[in-house]
Design a protein. Structure first.
Ligand code: BGC
Length: 939
């Protein structure tokens, strides 16, 4: 027993460390009791500050070294201070012992929570024999500003665009550098704001709440506050803007405190999207900041943004997402964010009373630094222009280290690929200048990195460096909102491993506050079609619950008054008519979030908008529920010469969204609604069959995607289903056993092949290395997922630079198939409470090491063909059950550890046949072994 416990502990610990979990170790911190609990989260986040959910949901994970362990009861304590909690004085909520196996989304039912309150909490659980665990480690959440009246701060800013300096710069540039991009050369500098204050009494606690129209970076007494970037995130600023909360107690002192901020254009008024357009939401950036100071004697004080603040410009000459950042270190203002500074040259700020947006607590995952990346190669394709290869195509920036003379100007340009002559390929960036410039102070070693821009790149061109730069001259800083990591995939096939790297890399590059299409060119928008195609894969790689909670609000904010969902969210730049497969993100994304995390609230919040959307789709149909004569649809975007009729996509997605709305109604207990939508689904299906399906099972268009959609959306009954399945295989054969699908079809192609019993064919496509395939891009050096199958080909080189990103995640949607079929990890129903482990052994694979850290804990599926036996390690989290499929002829050939499977402890044999021996298990780790199958592995 001891050995088993130790093995679970050590192996989970190793997996956890590998995957970068910080808190996971607590979950498996087996404490000698039968069940322990840890990884406490509130509103899906670890220790969130400043939330505004009045009844937050609490989650934890239980762990055990024993088989078949489960939670039978829990006890939650919430106290207003750490001390009270440690004494078990739960003055906010004492749930008492609650008989329940629930560990996720337990709703807080304690005293009403007021603004600023701190909530320290811990959990105790009871196991199947009613033996209690120790209390978990304490966790915390704090409440933000819950009422608008709590805001004493004013929106303040400085109108830089009418300042003399800016107007002069503008006329200078217009004279000397006017070209077609002239308008983007003149960027307003970010603004520095400051305020000094003194405190007379000892401080107990200080918390700052901050927001901005534009981006802000907060400073207090010479220090940058928090590790977040691009705060307060992207929203439709006409409707809402978020604030972030930071505890700054440790930064304060008695006298001469200074609170400062730098504000830049960002999504609010900088360049966003295509068409060289800026000022999407407004022109005037501004700040809202409020520091709450609680003294030891119980009194309190507020320091807030108001007319008394001062403004100036500084070394930051330009800062723009698409264009880049320019920093002139000669203009640094020493001590601007510290007390005792001479601000005589600074100007008065303006107060803006007309900001309409509702100010709310940030609910998502802020952008943070993820990794530092060292260059792998430096070349000099052009005299004095050094090209650094960072080894992987990521999103972020570089930290520059230089020892130069005063005024030396170093120019950094970013690109995803190289031209044949080794120079950087930037045509595909379109109008994104993607250039950072640093001008040296000239007083020794200088280290600089930007804060208000990012680029998508693998290569950096460095020009103007005073000497020949070595590898330490630049360090890549990767940023993302894709955190924490929850998936792990590794197998014996190098290309498959590179593909998994590329998927995760591209997800990180595009989860920048919202899910975007690409991180490099002048686009970077929250394309709805891309998000819906990729969301299910996204959930296997990172915990996306808070991230999508935030974006689903953006999406609902963008819904048109007639019910149509937009092309992009937050809606701006692109049109608000999403069209089939794009607009459907409004049903697919909430449902997926529910399916993966069991989050009912997301369904409750989304359901009214789902209903409006279905009504919109239905109302615009022609007689007989057929698509309208005219409608916008992107089609099966970027397919390979295999277009799918738009009406087929329309009907398939209309049916699918209707079904998801029916399922949502059912989950919410709205029986009548569910009936109504299921019946609408049947009507759409009938109409689809009548209009688009022939007797031989041919679906209108006869494209791979047409079959994929008909099968995936459950639009065919037998015998049509089998016939359509055959037709799909025929179409793949006609394409010389290659896929031809675009964004819409690729999402489901592999899953449909698995469903129709053709995983052998799925493996064939998976392993293809010739065009078009995932392997093709990897053969040609891809370190991320390309937007198009033909982004680069040996015959044609780079495709149309007008649309050729090398970091688009849509085709990475194959990740779901990899986890569900190679790893074989699936949820049976909602939220991985019941798990299915059913690996399909095939293709070139002889082993796979995989895991998924679900809402209920870590699931592991590791298998290996070892001579004539199949070794299969499975770990199932406490408080869940799993049905495990072991590839084997019959039960006599299967062992768990040393025992025949039918005698193994905690294992119930369910069935045998069709190439698998099937058993049911509870929590625990299992080492199965079976004899190699005579007839090969099941398809
Ligand atoms: C974006 C896509 C998006 C598409 C719409 C492109 O410009 O990059 O990913 O879905 O437009 O078809």
């Amino acid at each position: 027993m001891c050995i088993v416990v130790l093995w679970v502990f050590v192996s989970l610990l190793l997996v956890s460390c590998d995957m970068g979990f910080d808190k996971m170790t607590k979950v498996v911190g087996y404490d000698g009791k039968n069940l322990c609990c840890g990884y406490l989260r509130c509103e899906y986040r670890v220790d969130p500050y400043g939330i505004d959910v009045l009844k937050p949901r609490l989650s934890w994970v239980v762990g055990s070294g024993q088989r078949n362990q489960k939670q039978t009861a829990y006890h939650v304590l919430v106290a207003s201070s750490r001390e009270k909690l440690s004494l078990e004085k739960a003055d906010l909520w004492d749930s008492g012992k609650v008989v329940s196996d629930e560990t996720a989304c337990v709703i807080y039912e304690g005293r009403p929570l007021a603004s600023h309150v701190q909530c320290y909490w811990k959990v105790k659980v009871w196991d199947k024999d009613d033996i209690g665990s120790s209390w978990s480690e304490p966790a915390v959440w704090t409440m933000g500003l819950l009422n608008p009246s709590g805001w004493k701060a004013k929106w303040i800013g400085y109108n830089i665009r009418e300042s003399k300096a800016f107007l002069e710069k503008q006329s200078e540039l217009t004279g000397s550098q006017a070209d077609e991009k002239q308008n983007i050369l003149v960027l307003p500098p970010p603004v520095y704001l400051r305020k000094e204050f003194s405190l007379v009494k000892p401080v107990k606690r200080a918390v700052v709440y901050a927001s901005s129209l534009g981006l802000y970076e907060l400073h207090l007494n010479g220090k940058r506050i928090g590790g977040d970037y691009f705060t307060p995130g992207w929203t439709d600023y006409n409707k809402r803007v978020y604030y972030n909360t930071y505890d700054v107690t440790e930064y304060l002192r008695g006298e001469n405190n200074a609170l400062g901020a730098v504000i830049a254009d960002g999504w609010y008024s900088g360049y966003v999207g295509y068409g060289q357009m800026r000022d999407h939401y407004g022109k005037q950036t501004c700040l809202l900041a409020q520091l709450h100071i609680e003294y030891n004697d119980g009194s309190s004080e507020i320091v807030a943004s108001d007319h008394s603040w001062k403004a100036a410009t500084g070394p930051l000459e330009e800062a723009d997402f698409l264009m880049g950042e320019m920093y002139d270190a000669r203009k640094e203002i020493s001590g601007w964010d510290k007390g005792g500074f001479d601000e005589s040259g600074w100007r008065r700020v303006e107060v803006f009373d007309d900001v309409q947006a509702e100010v709310q607590a940030y609910p998502g995952v802020t952008v943070r630094k993820f990794a530092e990346i060292k260059p792998v190669e430096i070349t000099e394709p052009k005299n004095g222009h050094y090209v650094f290869n960072m080894g992987t195509n990521f999103a972020g920036w570089v930290r520059l280290k230089v020892n130069g003379k005063k005024g030396d100007k170093i120019i950094l340009r970013f690109a995803e690929r190289l031209n044949p002559d080794g120079t950087i390929y930037t045509e595909n960036l379109r109008s994104a200048r993607a250039t950072d410039t640093y001008i040296c102070r000239g007083d020794g070693e200088e280290i600089w990195e930007p804060r208000f821009t990012f680029h998508g790149f693998q290569y950096v061109e460095v020009a103007g460096y005073p000497t020949r730069p070595g590898p330490k001259a630049i360090t890549g800083i990767e940023i993302t909102s894709a955190a924490p990591v929850v998936g792990h995939f590794e197998c014996n096939d190098k290309i498959a491993n590179q593909l998994y790297h590329n998927i995760c890399q591209t997800q990180r590059s595009n989860f920048i506050d919202i899910p975007t299409d690409c991180p490099q060119r002048d686009e970077r928008l929250g394309w709805t079609g891309d998000a819906q195609a990729y969301i299910r894969t996204a959930c296997m790689n990172n915990d996306t619950q808070a991230f999508f909670t935030k974006w689903l609000r953006d999406l609902r904010d963008g819904q048109r008054s007639d019910g149509q969902f937009p092309m992009v969210a937050p809606v701006k730049v692109a049109d608000n008519d999403g069209g089939p497969a794009w607009a459907d993100a409004g049903t697919i994304c909430p449902w997926t979030t529910y399916q993966v995390y069991g989050d009912r609230r997301v369904l409750e919040e989304s359901y009214p908008s789902m209903e409006r959307f279905i009504a919109f789709c239905k109302d615009r149909c022609q007689e007989g529920l057929l698509p309208p004569k005219e409608f916008h649809c992107f089609g099966d975007w970027l397919n390979i010469n295999d277009d799918t009729p738009k009406e087929v996509i329309y009907m398939a997605y209309f049916a699918y969204s209707t079904k998801l709305t029916a399922q949502t109604a059912e989950a919410l207990g709205k029986k009548e609604d569910a009936k109504k939508y299921y019946s609408l689904f049947e009507d759409i299906k009938a109409s689809f069959n009548k209009a688009y399906v022939q007797d031989d099972g041919q679906v209108h268009g006869n494209s791979q995607t047409a079959y994929v959609l008909a099968l995936k959306c459950d639009l065919l009954d037998e015998p049509m289903r089998s016939k359509a399945a055959e037709n799909l295989v025929k179409r793949i054969k006609e394409c010389n056993w290659h896929l031809s699908t675009g964004f819409v079809g690729t999402k489901d192609l592999m899953l449909v092949l698995a469903d129709i019993g053709r995983n052998d064919l799925a493996y064939r496509l998976f392993h293809n290395e010739t065009f078009p395939s995932w392997g093709f891009s990897i053969e040609h050096g891809a370190t991320s997922i390309w937007e198009r199958w033909d982004g680069w080909t040996p015959d044609k080189g780079f495709q149309d630079p007008g649309m050729n990103s090398f970091a688009h995640y849509s085709f990475g949607a194959v990740g779901q198939w990899m986890f569900e079929n190679i790893a074989g990890i699936r949820t049976d129903g909602i939220g991985y409470k019941k798990i299915v482990i059913k690996p399909y052994v095939g293709g070139k694979l002889s082993w796979a090491d995989t895991s998924y850290n679900s809402i209920h804990g870590l699931i592991v599926s590791n298998w290996k063909i070892d001579n004539d036996s199949f070794k299969f390690k499975v770990v199932i989290p406490a408080n869940t059950t799993a049905v495990v499929y072991i590839p084997a002829e019959d039960k006599n050939n299967v062992y768990e550890e040393t025992k025949p499977i039918y005698k193994a402890h905690g294992v119930t044999l369910l069935a045998e046949g069709k190439g698998y021996v099937v058993c049911k298990v509870g929590s625990g780790d299992y080492q199965f072994r079976s004899k190699f199958l005579k007839g090969g592995f099941p398809k």
